[in-house]
Design a protein around this ligand. Structure first.
Ligand SMILES: NC(=O)c1ccc[n+]([C@@H]2O[C@H](COP(=O)([O-])OP(=O)(O)OC[C@H]3O[C@@H](n4cnc5c(N)ncnc54)[C@H](OP(=O)(O)O)[C@@H]3O)[C@@H](O)[C@H]2O)c1
Length: 311
């Protein structure tokens, strides 16, 4: 299994480390990263040593390296999904599988990507795009036969951290600053705060859990900007909490701040933790875990890789 790794930043580096820890799974014995792309160009190597630096077009890198799978850890571009989107379509056309932690192409062009994959019998695996290494996307694969009615989650760590800190008494600006100081929030946290990031994630989960083909533009979203300490104090007195909830029942999909009571499993999901509740005719299942972090996102992709080799 030859890999072309696209992006060698925080997640890309963590991914290479995990792939080279061969004792994690026997499937990793025959996995090799043979090409790495960053903004400087393509480096060709043999898992450990990447010496040759070539300034090369990203699409050319696929022909140059001829991988079995491309692993996309490039930055998310919500304008048009590029350059990742073209790379996926090009790779899939050649029967090359795609594993990604970059949610923008899937949030924008899910149907186009999946159709191309199906046409050429290639796979697209994307656990790392929602809740990183906590199996939100892949959980669906191990619950066949359940009729899922609705899914509901906390899918953005930055906003959950801010709401948690406000519940503990901090004001919005101090809570945001703390999230930035600890490295949870981006320098420009707008896409987290306004609900857009969670909207991208719930669009992906809606397609997985309800067999839909929606995009981020089909999701109504509202962030946490209008939440103030007065509102939070009122809910605390009532014994409830405000959480930024991403919801879908396959027909209605939204992200908005909602009041959650003590009996809801999401009530105790605090700080940067993420969670997803899946309600079906058989049972309710809730998973809780980290939604970000380089090693966690890289693990999402590693688990996809191992599952790909097993199938
Ligand atoms: N960090 C997390 O916790 C997390 C969690 C879940 C998902 N994700 C997603 O995973 C992806 C990677 O995140 P990250 O934190 O690793 O980002 P990052 O540290 O900024 O790394 C991005 C990498 O992409 C390279 N790059 C950027 N533009 C490029 C271009 N046009 N051509 C070639 N290479 C280019 C950069 O090159 P240089 O090294 O030369 O700058 C860098 O190696 C993102 O889509 C992110 O949303 C991240």
């Amino acid at each position: 299994m030859k890999i072309l790794l696209l992006g060698f930043g925080n997640v890309g580096k963590a991914f290479r480390k995990l792939v080279n820890e061969k004792d994690r799974a026997k499937e990793l014995q025959n996995v090799k990263i043979i090409g790495i792309v960053n903004s400087k160009g393509l480096m060709i190597g043999d898992n450990e040593n990447f010496k040759v630096d070539k300034k090369i077009d990203l699409l050319q890198a696929i022909d140059e390296v001829q991988p079995d799978v491309i692993v996309d850890m490039l930055p998310a571009n919500y304008n048009n999904g590029e350059p990742s989107l073209s790379l996926y379509l090009n790779a899939l056309h050649k029967g090359i599988h795609v594993i990604t932690t970059n949610k923008a192409p899937l949030a924008l062009k899910y149907s186009e990507i999946m159709k191309e994959a199906e046409k050429h019998n290639a796979k697209v695996l994307f656990q790392g795009t929602v809740m990183s290494g906590t199996p939100s996307v892949n959980l669906y694969k191990v619950m066949p036969g359940q009729r899922v009615f609705r899914i509901k989650g906390i899918l953005n760590g930055t906003t959950n951290y801010i709401l948690t800190k406000m519940y503990e008494g901090l004001d919005y600006n101090s809570a945001l600053k703390e999230a930035q100081d600890k490295g949870y929030a981006e320098r420009d946290p707008e896409l987290d705060i306004n609900g857009f990031d969670a909207a991208g994630k719930i669009s992906i989960l809606t397609n997985v859990y309800f067999g839909k083909n929606i995009t981020i533009h089909d999701v109504k979203f509202e962030g946490i900007k209008n939440i103030n300490n007065e509102l939070i104090n009122k809910t605390r007195e009532k014994g409830t909490k405000i959480k930024l909830i991403a919801y879908s029942d396959g027909k209605e999909t939204y992200v908005k701040p909602l009041e959650i009571d003590k009996n809801d499993p999401l009530y105790n999901v605090n700080g940067v933790l993420n969670a997803l509740e899946i309600e079906s005719d058989i049972q309710n299942t809730t998973i809780i875990g980290p939604g970000a972090g380089p090693i966690n996102a890289a693990y999402g992709a590693l688990s996809d890789l191992i599952l790909l080799i097993r199938t």
